[in-house]
Design a protein around this ligand. Structure first.
Ligand SMILES: Cc1cc2nc3c(=O)[nH]c(=O)nc-3n(C[C@H](O)[C@H](O)[C@H](O)COP(=O)(O)OP(=O)(O)OC[C@H]3O[C@@H](n4cnc5c(N)ncnc54)[C@H](O)[C@@H]3O)c2cc1C
Length: 286
């Protein structure tokens, strides 16, 4: 399939991108890696008449620790590609879940083009990195005509391909708390290694299993937290007891890959495994 004709604008700064969005209104769409937008343009599910290419704004590609002491967070530019996140020493040292999950997105070609901002903005219910971000917490930084604002990750993914981003805004940064002593686990069930998850579970937990956060992919119209599991853990339930509640409050669909009942089974199983990994003490070689 061939996309409908469109005008192409290249932005070399955030200001240029915002100006182009303001000029062309709802006819315009940003394009970063193009690995989600172009497939849906080819299917004519998206028909923007203007594409604003932001892939050249290289100052939005970075992973760094921002701030000092307990207030320090990991700041990740929106145009950081999955491969850059996967191989970032800072990300590996401070938020190990994210580079691990980035390395499990699609294939090398996808990881060398796709961007963190793109996958967060696209808000596919099956996407890996938004699931990891929900478990980690933190903020999405948006730039728009009125300046910059920050939205907690937990309030960003609203529904089926729907986010808290307003028209004319763009994501410029993700700010993620450092993991410190917390452990993490990620379980992604696919039919083939490079596939999107049929279901995935991300867990972040203190090594004693307390104050855990669990997020699920492909269990509803958007990525979501497994709140029944989290509440059970906070109330002293075992991992097995809490994971048995992982599908509560979800609304998985049935499709050619799995029916809703099987997805619920996967959510319970993957949550248990992710939590077990997150709470397994790290052994240090002598
Ligand atoms: C073959 C294939 C396999 C894949 N497998 C997986 C997988 O296993 N797991 C997974 O999670 N994903 C997978 N993906 C999706 C991939 O991760 C995409 O790269 C990602 O979802 C979107 O990033 P992008 O930079 O390509 O965004 P684009 O396609 O350029 O844009 C996507 C949407 O986000 C908007 N956008 C982009 N950047 C910004 C910004 N900074 N601010 C505001 N809006 C913005 C665009 O306007 C568009 O609406 C796969 C894609 C392909 C083609």
């Amino acid at each position: 399939m061939i996309p409908a004709p469109f005008e192409y604008v290249r932005a070399s700064s955030v200001e240029e991108a915002l100006a182009a969005l303001a000029e062309h209104g709802e006819d315009a769409k940003l394009i970063a890696g193009g690995h989600s937008l172009l497939p849906i343009m080819k299917l004519r599910l998206a028909v923007p008449s203007v594409l604003v290419d932001i892939s050249g704004i290289r100052e939005l590609s970075y992973v760094r620790v921002d701030g000092d002491g307990a207030d320090a967070v990991v700041a990740i530019g929106a145009l950081t590609r999955h491969h850059e996140l996967e191989t970032s020493d800072v990300a590996r040292a401070e938020v190990g879940l994210l580079p691990h999950v980035a390395g499990r997105v699609g294939d090398p070609q996808v990881r060398h083009r796709g961007t963190l901002g793109g996958t967060v903005a696209h808000c596919d219910p099956a996407s890996d990195l938004p699931t990891a971000l929900l478990a980690l917490g933190g903020d999405v930084v948006l730039a728009g005509p009125g300046g910059r604002r920050t939205v907690p990750v937990t309030e960003f993914f609203l529904g089926f391909f729907e986010t808290a981003m307003d028209d004319g805004e763009m994501i410029v940064e993700l700010r993620v708390p450092r993991l410190g002593d917390a452990g993490w686990g990620y379980e992604k069930f696919t039919r083939r290694e490079n596939d999107w998850p049929i279901v995935a579970a991300a867990a972040v937990a203190g090594r004693d299993g307390g104050a855990a956060r669990v997020a699920l992919a492909n269990m509803a119209g958007t990525v979501l937290r497994a709140t029944a599991t989290e509440q059970a853990l906070a109330g002293g339930a075992s991992i097995a007891e809490a994971a048995a509640l992982a599908a509560e409050g979800t609304s998985p669909t049935s499709d050619m890959h799995a029916d809703a009942e099987y997805r619920s089974h996967l959510a319970r199983l993957l949550t248990r495994r992710a939590l077990e990994t997150a709470t397994t003490p790290i052994s240090v070689a002598a």
